[in-house]
Structure formats: structure tokens, C-alpha cells
Design a protein around this ligand. Structure first.
Ligand code: MEV
Length: 319
């Protein structure tokens, strides 16, 4: 069997996180600046039927069988074997390298699962189709997040901007103008499973207030989608700001994120909000090439521990 390598990108939610879990639309884009890479190779003279996993970022260096049954990587491997009707685990070594920070709102768990399933299925001679890969990756997300919407695995598998709504066909969306973003890490780790569970608990206590806020986030996501497609950068920025205000009302932001968001706006960002699960992790600022340096400096002074940049090419933009 050959040596196979594969990768998967990170993701950014532009509008609609959390509300998307409750059926509202959300807008997400792939973030190819951060990646997971997997290498899988035959383990010559290894114990038959043993798949050894090494993943420094997950502190793993052990045979798959030793991982708990509900470990998402073990599940990812088992799902691929079951899908392909392979009864014997291949004797091989799987190494995972990830630049995507864990518990930071950038889709690390989905990207690790997707890259692993891509590599293993190719190693077994049957690379999975995107639709199948997405279905299986959603199963691993359920283990990680309890009640995921499916947006993370979908945008990571398809690597295209999407308007996502649970249970509906994926809509691919195309910006007409070039879009520029800075992403800043608050340095606070927060598992998405925790913030999703927190909101679910809040919703039980105060359903009317929470439902109204989630519906409003859904409306903002649809307004933002139009702005995204029409290349109306200031409307898109406004949508991000309005979305952030609601996320803060839902107690999904935190002081460190607010500081970064305010700093980005004051330095000229057209819009800024948290991205992903919130209560830590990363924020996202819509900028222009002209404001980029000022916003970057402001984010650093406001305590960003890492800053990344990404652009989306507009379909009608020749710049
Ligand atoms: C996490 O990236 C996005 C959330 O909306 C959870 C989900 O949709 O599964 C917070």
C-alpha cells in the first residue's frame, strides 16, 4: 500500500453561529491559511490490524484500539472502515499535523476528522466522495460537540463559502468583491461543546428571549449573505457588528474578545465579531488593504496572541 497524504482547511463563521444549531441560516467560509495534514503509511512488521496514531497537538502516540470508544478519531477510522466494508483495520501508521488551534472556534476537530478520513479512504484505495465524507464527518462532530449543526464539517469538506441551514441543501455563495479579513486569537481556549450546552441551558430558562435573538441572528445572516454577494462591504460589516451585539446579549462573548472587537472597529475595520463557539477563541474583522496595518497593530495592542489573515477573491473583482 502506498504512502498517502491529505489535508483539510480551517473554517470561519462570518454570520450565524449558534443560531444555526436551532435551524437558522449561517454564512461560513473556508480558511486555507491554517491546515491539518495527515500522512498514512504501511507499518512494515507492525502488529497485524494495528493502526498507530501520532498527533502531537492532541497528545496522542498510541494504537487506535487504546483510545476510548467515544474518541472522535477512533470513530473517524471506524466509520471509514464500515463505509468501505473493510473488516480488518489496516496495519499502518497515521500521523496528524495541525496548525489549527484547538478549542478556538476555527473548526480544528472537524478538519482533523476530515483529513483523517480523506487519508484513510485513499490509503484503502477508495477515496470518499464529498457527500459521504461530509455525512461521516458530521458523525464525528456529534461526538465532539453533542449537538452540532453540521456547518463546520460542511464548509471544511467543500472548501467553499456556504450559506448553511440544517437539513437543507447546501447553497454555495460567491462574493462579487474581494474580501479581506484579519482573525485574532484571544488566547482563551473554549470548547464549542460547552458554549452550545450553555446556550441550550439558557434557552430552557428563557425560551422567548433566546428564540427572538436567534431568529434575529438568522435575519442578519440572510441580510449579510446579500451584502456578501453584492459586494456591499459596509453592509456586510454592519451585519457582523449587529450579529456580535446579539451574541454578546446571549452571553457568548467575553472581555478579551470584546476588547479585540472594539480595537478592530476603532482602527477602521468595517465590522468585527467573534467567530465560532465564542466565550474565547478567535474574532474576525472585515478590513480593507488600506486599514489592514492599523487594525493589525490595534489587535496586537489589545492583547491578540496570534493574528491571521485571509482573503476571498470576488468573482467580479479584477483588483
Ligand atoms: C461552531 O463552529 C459553530 C456553532 O454554531 C456550533 C455548530 O453550529 O455546530 C457554535
Amino acid at each position: 500500500m502506498p504512502v498517502i497524504s491529505s489535508s483539510a482547511c480551517a473554517k470561519l463563521i462570518l454570520l450565524g453561529e449558534h443560531a444555526v444549531v436551532y435551524g437558522q441560516p449561517a454564512l461560513a467560509i473556508p480558511f486555507s491559511g491554517l491546515k491539518v495534514r495527515c500522512v498514512i503509511e504501511p507499518w512494515i512488521n507492525g502488529p497485524t490490524g494495528t493502526l498507530h496514531i501520532k498527533a502531537r497537538e492532541l497528545q496522542l502516540n498510541q494504537p487506535l484500539q487504546v483510545l476510548p470508544e467515544d474518541n472522535f478519531l477512533r470513530k473517524a477510522v471506524e466509520l471509514v472502515l464500515a463505509e468501505l466494508g473493510v473488516s480488518q483495520t489496516p496495519t499502518c501508521k497515521l500521523t496528524i499535523y495541525s496548525d489549527i488551534p484547538i478549542s478556538a472556534g476555527l473548526g480544528a476537530s472537524a478538519a482533523i476528522a476530515v483529513a483523517t478520513m480523506r487519508a484513510l479512504s485513499a490509503f484503502l484505495g477508495h477515496p470518499l466522495e464529498k457527500e459521504t465524507l461530509n455525512r461521516l464527518a458530521f458523525e464525528t462532530e456529534r461526538l465532539m460537540h453533542g449537538n452540532p449543526s453540521g456547518i463546520d464539517n460542511t464548509v471544511i469538506v467543500y472548501e467553499q463559502p456556504i450559506l448553511f441551514r440544517k437539513g437543507e441543501l447546501i447553497e454555495f455563495v460567491y462574493p462579487s468583491k474581494n474580501l479581506h479579513f484579519l482573525i485574532a486569537d484571544s488566547g482563551i481556549k473554549k470548547a464549542t461543546a460547552d458554549t452550545v450546552a450553555y446556550l441550550a441551558q439558557q434557552r430552557e430558562g428563557n425560551p422567548q428571549f433566546i428564540e427572538a435573538a436567534l431568529a434575529e441572528i438568522g435575519r442578519i445572516a440572510l441580510f449579510g449573505r446579500k451584502a456578501f454577494e453584492q459586494g456591499d462591504l459596509s453592509a456586510l460589516g454592519e451585519a457582523m457588528n449587529a450579529n456580535q451585539a446579539l451574541l454578546a446579549q446571549l452571553d457568548l462573548s467575553c472581555e478579551a474578545l470584546e476588547k479585540l472587537i472594539v480595537a478592530a472597529r476603532q482602527a477602521g475595520a468595517l465590522g468585527a465579531k467573534l467567530t465560532g463557539g465564542g466565550k474565547g477563541g478567535n474574532m474576525l474583522a472585515l478590513i480593507t488593504p488600506e486599514t489592514q496595518e492599523a487594525v493589525r497593530k490595534a489587535l496586537l495592542s489589545a492583547g491578540a496572541v496570534s493574528i491571521y489573515q485571509t482573503n476571498l477573491k470576488g468573482v467580479q473583482d479584477n483588483d
